[in-house]
Structures are given as C-alpha cells and as structure tokens.
Design a protein around this ligand. Structure first.
Ligand code: GDP
Length: 313
C-alpha cells in the first residue's frame, strides 16, 4: 500500500502541487512522477492516455487545474469551464483504466451554493444556486466529484475528492489581474510600502468573509487523507475561522510595513458574502491544521521577498 508505489502529482508547478511535492519529499517518498506542461498537455486526451499507459502510476494527486481569482474567473469563463473539464476527465478516466490504485481529486470551496449555511458542510453540495462569478469553475469541479463517485460505484475505483478552502503560501500567483486576494494584497501593500505611496486600493466593499489555509497544511491533510479516507463523499479541508477582506488588508499592511490609507473600490465585485468550511468530518478523522494566518502570511512574505531578490540577481 501507499507509501510504496509510484506517485504522480499532476500540476506540480502550481501552489498545491508544489506543496504536495515538498511534503512527499520531506516524508521520504522516493518514487515521484512529475511532468512539465511542455512534456504533457493534460487537456489533450491522447497525450494523457499515452502517459498513463507507459508510466502506470500507482497513486495520483490531481492538483492540475486552471485556477484564478475573482477577476480571472469572471473574464475567462470558457477557459475555466473547458480546461478544467478536459484536464480532470482525461486524468481521472485514464487513471481508472490503467490500474491506478487510488486517486485524489482536488476541488474548491466554491462548489457549494452561494448562500449555503455557514460553516458549509459537505452535504450542502447541490442544494442551491452557485456564486455567479466563479460558477464555471465550480461546475467543472462538481463534475469532477461526480466522475469520481460514478467510477467508484460502477468500477470500484478508489477515487476521493478533497475540497480545500481559499489557499495561500509559497509558489502562489502574484499577478494582480489573475491572482486570488491574499497574494494580490501582499504584492499591492509591499509595492506601496516600498514606494511610500499614500494609498492602496482593495477591491470590493471589504465586508466579504474568507477562510485562508496555508498550502503546507493542505498538503499535510492530503497525505493524511490518501492514507485514511476512502469514501465517495467529498471531504472539506479548512482552517476553521474566517476573516473579512478588510481585516486581511489591515493585517497585510502591518506585515509589509505600509502606513498609508486603505481605500475600498466598490465598483469591483465582492463575490460570495462568506466562505467558511465545516471541517468537522476531517477533525473527526483526527487531522487539524497548524499554521495560523499571521504566521503563514509572514512566512509567505519572506518567500515573496526572496523570490523578488532572485529575479533581481
Ligand atoms: P473568491 O474567494 O473566489 O471570491 O476569490 P478572490 O480571492 O479573488 O477574492 C476574494 C475577495 O477579495 C473578493 O471579495 C474580492 O473582491 C476581494 N479582493 C479585494 N482586493 C482584491 C484583489 O486585489 N484581488 C483579488 N483577486 N480579490 C480582491
């Protein structure tokens, strides 16, 4: 059983895949299968098929996806729907047919209805309308969960679905157009602090509430669930508490040393009013996260500063 066997991490260049590789390596996993996008295009069914037929991995972490923040989701709906459907269908289907022993599909908390009860239990899936700004991504992820469930029922394939809350950490995307809020604010506040700018503009009203989990905690949970979870129902992974975007902005100002004004641009969308996961199912299995928000942001900020230094060198 796992940890022996060949482990394929799909999406190892991303935030989640990168953290999974770090965690697997730290835990002594020797047999990791990784492919760059130029070597294997996961949106191409024939390439994915040939890869699984040739390499025959035993365990798969499916962390490859087209991801992005509220603006990217709203601007590129076709890319988010089509690319994610293609990637996940190709990988999950080929994994089942080529003898993979267990697969983990990574989803997102945006699969739950916009106005789901908070914190959101796994059972709230498909009980109400989705948040419109990221419905394309959410529909693709829901289809992925259902494909895992269907393959388990029809073929006994051990595919599990894990739903993380909003993630952050080293290796995140800091592009202001496409990133999520936490890296976007880190960059905005850092640059404003350096330039001694008078103000930073934060999108929306500042009142939406989001839950943030450090990606190293997620990677730890993923390895735990690969060993201890075997069920067709998705399972949530979160920090357990949320914060307003306003609170996040003030925290980021403090960490980066920004002393100017914080302005909220209410012409930009707020998205879902609140996203907090109910993690009681995971806690009952015996796993809890370890990295508090401020400590996680400080660590990510050190990584960000080092990566900027790397670019300059
Ligand atoms: P969401 O969790 O899917 O809504 O995605 P985001 O992480 O992109 O956005 C979370 C919240 O942060 C939304 O209410 C955004 O309007 C707000 N926000 C404030 N400033 C920014 C920013 O600079 N970038 C992003 N992506 N979101 C921001």
């Amino acid at each position: 059983m796992y940890p022996e066997g060949l482990v394929y991490v799909a999406g190892h260049r991303g935030l989640v895949g990168g953290a999974l590789v770090r965690k697997l390596q730290a835990d002594g996993y020797q047999r990791l299968l990784l492919r760059e996008r130029g070597e294997l295009d996961l949106t191409r069914q024939n390439e994915v098929e040939a890869f699984f037929a040739a390499e025959r991995p035993d365990y798969v972490f499916l962390a490859a996806a087209r991801v992005g923040g509220i603006h990217a989701n709203d601007s590129y709906p076709a890319d988010f729907l089509r690319d994610n459907l293609q990637i996940q269908t190709n990988v999950i289907d080929a994994a089942q047919r080529h003898g993979v022993r267990k697969l983990m599909f990574l989803g997102s908390s945006c699969i739950y209805p916009r106005l789901a009860p908070q914190p959101m239990p796994e059972e709230s899936l498909l009980t109400g309308p989705l948040e419109p700004t990221n419905q394309w991504y959410a529909i693709a992820k829901i289809a992925g969960i259902k494909l895992c469930q269907a393959l388990r029922r029809q073929h006994g394939f051990d595919a599990i679905s894990v739903m993380p809350t909003n993630l952050y950490g080293p290796g995140d995307n800091f592009d202001l157009e496409t990133s999520h809020v936490l890296p976007a604010l880190m960059r905005k506040f850092h640059e404003a602090a350096q330039a001694e700018a008078p103000e930073v503009v934060v999108w929306g009203s500042g009142t939406p509430r989001r839950e943030f989990l450090h990606v190293d905690d997620l990677a730890d949970a993923c390895l735990f669930l690969m060993r201890h979870y075997e069920d067709e129902e998705p399972i949530n992974v979160g920090w357990g508490q949320d914060a307003t975007i306003r609170e996040l902005a003030y925290l980021m100002a403090d960490v980066t040393g920004f002393e100017g004004r914080i302005v909220f641009d209410e012409t930009k969308p707020d998205g879902t009013p609140r996203k907090l996961l109910d993690t009681s199912k995971l806690e009952a299995l015996g796993w809890t996260p370890r990295i508090p928000l401020r400590a996680g942001i400080e660590e990510t900020y050190r990584w960000y500063l080092a990566s900027l230094q790397g670019l300059r060198d």
